[in-house]
Design a binder for this molecule. Sequence first.
Ligand code: AMP
Ligand code: MN
Ligand code: MN
Length: 317
Amino acid sequence: MNKLQQAGERIIGAKRILILSHIRPDGDAIGSTLGLGLALQTEGKNVQMVLADGVPKEFHFLTASEQITQQPEGDFDVIVALDCSDMDRLGDVLENLPSPTVNIDHHISNVKFAEINLIDDQAAATAEMLAAYLPQWGLTVDKPVAEALLTGLITDTIGFRTPNVSPKTMRTAANLIEAGANISDLYQKAIIDRSYASVRYWMQGLQSLKMKDGLVWVSLTLEDRQKADYPGNGDADLINLLASIEEADIAVTFIEQEGEATKVSWRAKPGLDVSKVAAQFGGGGHKLAAGATIQGSLADVRERVLEKTDALLKTQE
Ligand code: AMP
Ligand code: MN
Ligand code: MN
């Protein structure tokens, strides 16, 4: 029996299942959690879906997103981690619980922390992997499941435009549309619609825009967040705007956090690997998209990160 069948047997053989994904959840984390969770509920399983940071407002449009809680309750036969490269990224959700049974992920930096690890770094999203696995495990991809998984696919590929989009990605999307998901509606809700506050936050951040030697960056302070009345603690996807700047090979955002920490996001043009520089700071991710949360003031972290990122650019060019 291969690993995929083993994982299926463990999950389908369980009654009480806990599904987890990473902190600061993105569309793939949320869509994958709901996709697997709802498909298992249809089979009559007792499923808890838990994200340490909850579901941000932008994803409340997904069916059953209100079922996702921030802490597990009780015991489980099987624990599944999705889209998560290491256990720290799950947040503080496993107190008094064992390590995950199954780990399904597409991060190149995945450290294979579970009993059964299904890792495919060629997949464009964890949702793409699940869209293939669910039918093989005998689970039904109905409309809400298809919508959740297609949202994961759309968000992780920023609308099917990352270089890891393959014929398989597009076939998967087509299958999900056939299963009832409305692609234009989900595309609009998941990556086009944004709040006025988030654009005001961009405006604050863009005042700090700098470019030097192929690197472009922006700093977002707690004060910027407050001035814009932006409720999140990320960069409101400003990194994707920076990554569109033609003259730059690597884009970086620095986001000041409470408690002397700075969240850093990197995006690179094809041919580079920013997961390596993220790893130097205790983070991780993919070759072209990586992140880390680093202790230190914004100015201090910015200086250290720019130096290492510049060095990477010089060696990888
Ligand atoms: P972000 O810049 O936060 O959008 O993250 C880009 C990619 O890097 C995503 O695939 C994240 O899952 C991953 N990532 C972000 N932060 C971390 C971290 N601290 N450790 C490992 N992977 C991360
Ligand atoms: Mn993710
Ligand atoms: Mn993902």
